[in-house]
Design a protein around this ligand. Structure first.
Ligand SMILES: Cc1cc2nc3c(=O)[nH]c(=O)nc-3n(C[C@H](O)[C@H](O)[C@H](O)COP(=O)(O)O)c2cc1C
Length: 426
């Protein structure tokens, strides 16, 4: 996968620099070409000799080396790379990148490059958590720099916390992932996730126990497969999936408005637990509890049916997938939902209290899909597994679906211009 890919590896001054040796070995094993830049402070931790021996190339350390400039030049170094990897990335180098400083070879190459950059931060937990470093990272992430998150654990300095550099194998996997074929490239997906909150008054609401973990895992798996994900989420405690366009909402009405605004798309997955009802009159002031008065009556009205509206929309995505969360009669209820909502697939989700799936990292689902002629429903039961695994299985099924229709189109269509083009690529 990495055969002949040009990787520019920048090694800055941190204890984890020794791990870069293992990374170079892994990259070379995968037949990547590796050029190394070692910062002056990095030289205190690993020697240019070791890096040169493993990378089988000269190691660059100095912006002001006449010989290096004639031979390769800092501009060429940064332009010839298919990917720049910084491992370890020191707090200092991260700060310089965030603010556009160019006072040594590494930072100058980074500023002189338009190539994709992957960074593996490595530092003491206090340095990592410092607002300055966190702000700098935020700036870099806004520039689409790929971050390989630091891990939690015991540090070389004896302290424990987040800051350890990811292991070389994990960095290598991320590099391979970067170069891998993305089967859903150019596809636009809308994923709804989490609960909706229906306001009773400014402080109270009707809600449900959805944690948003399943929708989050699905969005992440879609992003990994190359899709552009528009993630419309109710209130949860989760960090947002990286790489998605995030839309935060509270009520079902708001969720519907944003779903419709984001259509057309190639794919819709309604993983949110949308409240079926909302309160008819939303009070502008807090409803007061008064002695000797009966509790207030809440009149409920039905919320819009987002799944059905998307399925019947003139901008209907090619594939519409809903969720059926049921405490009983899962199979019948899920099949009924598939028929009545006019969607393509239903993920039946067993949520009886014995299954204990709310907030849990595991889930129990089965998939209901129409046959091609829409005359029968195929049911696939999955064993209990993590929500991440379920998301990956679902996304594999989605990839298979789009590959099949693209193949059918190619076979049927003699005029290539009539082939279906993913909406996201238009
Ligand atoms: C023993 C020792 C270990 C260090 N480890 C780290 C580290 O893991 N991460 C980091 O950001 N800085 C670390 N530093 C501080 C950096 O080396 C220092 O900020 C330096 O300016 C970084 O330079 P560079 O970014 O040009 O490589 C360490 C310093 C010493 C003396």
């Amino acid at each position: 996968m990495l055969n002949n890919k040009n990787i520019l590896l920048i090694i800055s001054g941190g204890i984890a620099a020794y791990k870069s040796l293992e990374l170079i070995r892994g990259l070379r094993k995968e037949r990547a070409n590796v050029r190394c830049i070692l910062t002056k402070n990095g030289e205190k931790f690993v020697t240019p000799m070791s890096l040169a021996a493993l990378s089988e190339h000269k190691v660059y350390t100095d912006l002001w080396s006449l010989k290096d400039e004639r031979e390769m030049g800092h501009i060429r170094l940064s332009r010839e790379a298919d990917l720049i990897v910084i491992a370890p990335a020191s707090a200092n180098l991260i700060a310089k990148m965030a603010h556009g400083l160019a006072d040594d070879l590494a930072s100058t190459c980074l500023l002189a490059s338009d190539k994709p950059i992957m960074i593996a931060p490595a530092m003491n937990p206090m340095m990592w958590n410092h607002p300055a470093t966190q702000n700098n990272m935020k700036i870099l992430l806004q520039r689409d720099i790929i971050q390989i998150e630091p891990k939690s654990g015991e540090m070389a300095c004896g302290e424990t916390g987040i800051g350890r550099m990811s292991e070389p194998d994990d960095i290598l996997s991320s590099i391979k992932d970067f170069f891998s074929e993305k089967p859903l490239k150019n596809m636009k997906a809308i994923v709804t996730s989490g609960p909706t909150y229906e306001a009773i008054d400014p402080v109270r609401f009707l809600g449900n126990r959805s944690s948003g973990k399943q929708g989050h895992a699905i969005a992440t798996a879609l992003i990994q497969a190359g899709a552009h994900v528009h993630y419309i989420t109710g209130p949860t405690h989760l960090p947002h999936p990286k790489g998605a366009t995030i839309i935060e909402i509270e009520s079902a009405e708001e969720m519907l408005a944003h779903v419709e605004k984001n259509l057309p798309a190639d794919l819709f997955i309604g993983a949110a637990a949308v409240c079926d009802w909302t309160v008819e009159t939303d009070h502008l002031q807090k409803i007061k509890k008064k002695d000797n008065l009966t509790p207030p009556q809440l009149n409920l009205k039905e919320n819009p049916d987002i799944l059905k509206k998307v399925s019947l929309s003139s901008k209907r995505p090619q594939l519409v997938i809903g969720f059926a969360a049921e405490t009983e009669n899962l199979n019948n209820n899920a099949k009924d939902k598939l028929k009545h909502k006019n969607c393509d697939w239903i993920v039946g989700n067993e949520i009886s209290p014995e299954q204990n799936v709310f907030g849990n990292s595991e889930n129990q689902v089965c998939l209901f899909q129409y046959t091609e002629d829409r005359k029968e429903i195929i049911q696939t039961d999955l064993p209990r597994m993590t929500k991440i695994k379920i998301a990956q299985k679902l996304v594999n099924e989605i990839i298979h679906y789009f590959e099949t229709i693209q193949k059918d189109n190619r076979n049927e269509c003699t005029n290539p211009s009539l082939n279906v083009v993913p909406y996201g690529s238009q």
